[in-house]
Design a protein around this ligand. Structure first.
Ligand SMILES: Cc1ncc(COP(=O)(O)O)c(C=O)c1O
Length: 388
């Protein structure tokens, strides 16, 4: 422990293995995982399709380099683009890198159109990562403090404020793109309103800005659609994703469509590991399993069951201010700050998270079944009751 930089306040538990929606600690105690490694393990733990893909690939080839063609990378790109309605993609190793690629793509798009200081509209409450550019795009001062000077070129507007967006459009000729999460995850599980999403798309179309969605957390089935925008009636030009794409192997992707897909050429961006054979084999198994096992539908159904069960319980519902989110990305806002519930849940054998002070965040694996969902609902209900 002491040899690690203390960048995390860790909980006092170590897991040795997992199976499905359950994790087991080094003392053999079982936990219901309602966090999925923060929206990563959509297929749960030790999913046989992912394990097999990794084993088979490891037997053949782990890494070559992007200096050569990588068959499984091309296969993954094609599969992912078909699912997303996009034209091409770039692979990195994380969500922050997926957003970095999007930010670079937007800047280059601007320069190619003669804008020498291109800027990107971002939202208050957003979270886009911890690299310098992505923390600069993030709308949370705590994450930025101490790391100034920040990367320039981001203009912030309040979430769901159409007028502010229009004002920025009218007064900033250098804007080339908007970057936003369809549902802000780290910011407290706040969905963007339908009107705001539509306004973002309209302004982007009118002004030839790129509409760029950060689907690092919302993507890969989490909200009940492969990507959240597929349920929201908008079509982005650029999509960044990661987390659930690899189910635990480090992979991120920046997908692009139409004019955005023409921006990067040879030498514009790169990554040594990005999209190597091992991670692409795993991710391909993930994308195929999400489709084959109808996990988007399951996320919708189980998310609804979780909400309905909690709200139908008269000993719990009065203590819930609201439940936000979609599919299996749920924020249960309570009447007051509830950070202590993370440790209480751990004691009770359930892994949850609290964001924005007063909101329980649930991100269970997409494979969760009805019995496990009811077990989770009962555990969360007990936590809320005891807390209240
Ligand atoms: C919406 C969003 N974007 C970007 C990131 C950063 O991803 P990573 O930690 O893989 O760099 C996260 C991580 O929580 C996220 O939720």
């Amino acid at each position: 422990m002491s040899a690690l930089m203390q960048t995390y306040a860790r909980l006092p538990v170590t897991f040795s293995h997992g199976a499905g929606v359950y994790l087991y600690d080094t003392d053999g105690r079982r936990y219901l995982d309602a966090l999925s490694g923060i929206a990563v393990n959509g297929l749960g733990h030790a999913h046989p399709a992912v394990t097999k893909a990794i084993r088979d690939q490891a037997d053949k080839l782990l890494h070559t380099s992007n200096l050569y063609r990588i068959e499984v990378q091309e296969q993954l790109a094609e599969t992912l683009c078909a699912v997303a309605g996009m034209d091409n993609c770039f692979f990195g190793n994380s969500g922050a890198e997926a957003n970095e690629a999007a930010i670079k793509l937007a800047r280059l798009y601007g320069h190619q159109r003669g804008v020498d200081k291109p800027s990107i509209v971002v939202l208050e409450g957003a979270f886009h990562g911890r690299t310098l550019a992505t923390l600069s795009a993030t709308g949370n001062r705590k994450i930025q403090a101490g790391f100034e000077p920040l990367v320039a070129g981001f203009i912030r507007v309040p979430r769901n404020d159409i007028q502010a967006l229009q004002q920025v459009a009218a007064n900033n000729p250098g804007v080339v793109a908007i970057l936003a999460e369809p549902i802000q995850g780290e910011g407290g599980v706040h969905p963007l309103s339908t009107e705001f999403l539509q306004a973002m798309q309209d302004i982007c179309r009118e002004r030839e800005w790129l509409l760029m969605l950060d689907e690092v957390q919302t993507g890969n089935g989490r909200t009940g659609h492969y990507f959240a925008y597929q349920g929201l009636g908008i079509t982005p030009d650029v999509v960044a994703t990661a987390k659930g794409l690899g189910n635990g192997v480090p992979i991120g992707a920046c997908l692009a469509r139409g004019k955005a897909a023409q921006v990067f050429g040879a030498g514009h961006h790169g990554s040594t590991y990005g999209g190597n054979p091992l991670v692409c084999a795993a991710a391909l198994a993930v994308v195929n399993t999400i489709a084959a096992d109808h996990l988007c539908d399951n996320a919708l159904a189980m998310g609804q069951l979780l909400r309905d069960t909690l709200l139908a319980d008269p000993t719990v519902a009065p203590h819930i201010r609201e439940i936000r989110g979609a599919g299996l990305m749920l924020g249960i806002a309570l009447q007051r700050e509830c950070g202590e519930l993370v440790a209480a849940a751990l004691d009770a054998g359930v892994l949850i998270n609290v964001t924005a002070g007063d909101t329980i965040r649930l991100l269970p694996p997409l494979i969760i079944n009805e019995t496990e969902t009811l077990e989770l609902a009962a555990a969360v209900a007990a936590l809320i009751r005891n807390f209240a």
